[in-house]
Design a protein around this ligand. Sequence first.
Ligand SMILES: [Zn+2]
Length: 460
Amino acid sequence: MLALVSITAGCAPHGAPASRSPGEATRDDVQQDATSSSEEGDAAAGAATGTRALDRSPTTRAPDHDRRREIESYARTMLRDLAAARGIEPNDDWKVDFIDRAGIRAFVDRELTKQFTAEELRIFGRVESAFGVIPFGVDPRELLLDLYESSVLGLYDPDQKTLFVGSFVNRRLLDLVLGHELGHGVQDMHVDLSEFLGTIRIGPQRGASDEETARTCLVEGDAHATYLSWLAGAPGPAGVGDDELRLMREQILSIDERSTEFPILARMQQLPYAAGTATVLQLAREQGWDAVNALYADLPDTSEQMLHVDKLVSREQPAEITVDRDALTRAYEGLTLEWIDSRGEATWLATFAGPDSLDDATAATEGWNGDLFVSLSRGDHAPPVLVGVTVWDTELDAKEFQEQLTRYPSPPAATRVTLGSKRRGREVFFVFTDPADLEGHLANADDIFRVKRRGKRRAK
Ligand SMILES: [Zn+2]
């Protein structure tokens, strides 16, 4: 997905801020915050997904010069505290500005152009439609622009050294937006964030989506962990409650069709915040912030590592999976290879999750040990055929995953895509294809992948 250091609605953590936003501390406010946090969470989740009509008109509360200056001065104090808590030398070489929905859309549009070729975006749309994540035939660029425009509350632009706050952000969300984005500001003072974001997208080197997700988990989780540990005050990372982290994860994984047209996509987009924040905080508690800083020089390999701190520390390695191109050509004659990629534990988890299946989804995706799929075009008129393999730590893990596949959200009948799977020991093969071709396409799936399990630890 797009590499963008932003905060989106739906990520709002529970709990009252340690300090008040500029000039707004009243007893009533505090009480209202304390009693309406779940309501705010719901509202934020709603905003994340576009159930609210987007206000494309100029903002009614025009952000004036004084308000910007007031917020900037508050933010400077806050950043010095955040940096001190992280042991990083702060500087004042940055500013705060407002951005409206149209501005966010334009910003994301520029980033999409920088990070993806038109062909990559086109194939992204085709592949996700075959997985049933988005409808077939919609313009993926417009869909992503709509998603980000409706969900982004603030963003940090490392090129302009500017922290942008959504001009529509209300005061109860202001601390969250400032805190998270200042977390990126602190990052930018010890990692070259502009350069790092440029490396998140691995780009033309294919099969790397899961590695990209891992990097997004790091950059978003670090920013949010910095903010939450500042909120916790003196205890730092140790003071952030596990309940709060669990709630954040549940809130994101529970996003469903009541609040968005594309719940899987919204969960995929937001899971890195929850997964990354929890893992970064656990690492900081166990080994200190230096261990977190060191991750930028020795990046995580998989979203599995960013979902489980023990697997991050041990650098648990996924199986090495390759595609036998000759076997592929023989087995799927008449279809054209257009893409090879990985999903990763985080994407499978986001796919299966939802308010009623959270625990099942978690159980079914733990024990992940690698996956790879090919996207085979049968022409522009239909979604591509997807053929993939998933590799699991144990046979039980493989069985649990395959069982969950039977509950995969069914695509609209009009797309004529059906899902089939088969298991061979610790490997589960899957195919998304035309119902008429399912049997044949599934039969050939295990001929085309070469799976090599590796030692659990990566040699340093
Ligand atoms: Zn962010």
